[in-house]
Design a protein around this ligand. Structure first.
Ligand code: NDP
Ligand code: 8X3
Length: 248
């Protein structure tokens, strides 16, 4: 296998599990994230198969420096996994912290389109693929989902728009939309509240990071004439509930 994947958000959750999956499949992996020590641990575990790129994805200059510094063997990127992202807070919009909204937009939207824009020439030359990690929160609103859901609706629609623009290039684009999944996501969302995070996942069987890594691996390795446009994945333990009605 002579393929290279760049995975953002590789220090935790879906991203870290995906690094392990693609390395196991024989791919070269560019692993991105802010926590350099965690990236270092991945390179120590897997050696030459991984190039660690530690930068804050919201910092466009740092992103470009990291891309410019890619070693020759890691430059021909076949697959971009836009996975880095976060939710912050669960407060209703009228009580939400604007700084948290802006951080979600900067990370989940602005950084994702910036990196995609930077890599499009390479991905077109390689007839590659873009796998965007969106969320069910982009399709189904829930109380406190406000700006986070908005960012993920953007990711899904941006993915479909890319499909249109990349028509004829051979580049594939997929929006992966997971539901409840146990990662560090809720720890981050609650500002490090382990009790709240544990409570959300207690007594049920959420998606695991490995489940989504397998999904990404499957999509990336489909025959080149097939495109999964959107893929919504939920645990069996999660389904839909009704609308809310306010009465005076
Ligand atoms: P984790 O918190 O476990 O992982 C998030 C990753 O994003 C980390 O590696 C983190 O790296 C990276 N990241 C966040 N902010 C930045 C930044 N500014 N610069 C660089 N990297 C950043 O959560 P998940 O694995 O669950 O989340 C991965 C994606 O999946 C996200 O886009 C999330 O919205 C989405 N998702 C999650 C679901 C869930 O229930 N868990 C369900 C549906 C979608 P570092 O902190 O080292 O920078
Ligand atoms: C994460 C899934 O439902 O917690 O994107 O927003 S949800």
């Amino acid at each position: 296998m002579d393929k290279t994947v760049l995975i953002t958000g590789a220090t935790s959750g879906f991203g870290r599990a995906s690094v392990e999956r693609f390395v196991r499949g024989g791919w070269r992996v560019i692993a991105c994230g802010r926590r350099a020590a965690r990236l270092q641990a991945l390179t120590e575990a897997h050696g030459d198969a991984i190039h660690a790129a530690a930068f804050d994805i919201r910092d466009q200059e740092a992103m470009q420096r990291a891309l410019d510094a890619l070693p020759a063997g890691f430059r021909d990127i076949d697959v971009l996994v836009n996975n880095a992202g976060l939710a912050l807070g669960t407060a209703p919009a009228q009580q939400a912290d604007l700084a948290q909204w802006r951080q979600m937009i900067d990370t989940n939207v602005t950084a994702l389109v910036t990196l995609t824009h930077a890599l499009l020439p390479t991905l077109i030359a390689r007839r590659g693929a873009i796998l965007n990690v969106s969320s069910i929160a982009g399709s189904y609103p829930y109380p406190g989902g406000n700006a986070y859901g908005g960012t993920k609706a953007f990711v899904t629609q941006f993915s479909l728009g890319l499909r249109s623009d990349l028509h004829g290039t051979g580049v594939r684009v997929t929006s992966i939309e997971p539901g409840l999944a146990e990662t560090e996501f809720t720890l981050v969302r609650t500002g490090g509240n382990e009790t709240a995070s544990d409570a959300l996942y207690a007594g049920t069987q959420p998606i695991t990071a490995g489940d989504i890594a397998e999904t990404l691996w499957w999509v990336a390795n489909l025959p080149p004439h097939l495109n999964i446009n959107r893929l919504e994945v939920m645990p069996v333990s999660q389904s839909f509930a009704g609308f809310q009605i306010h009465r005076d």
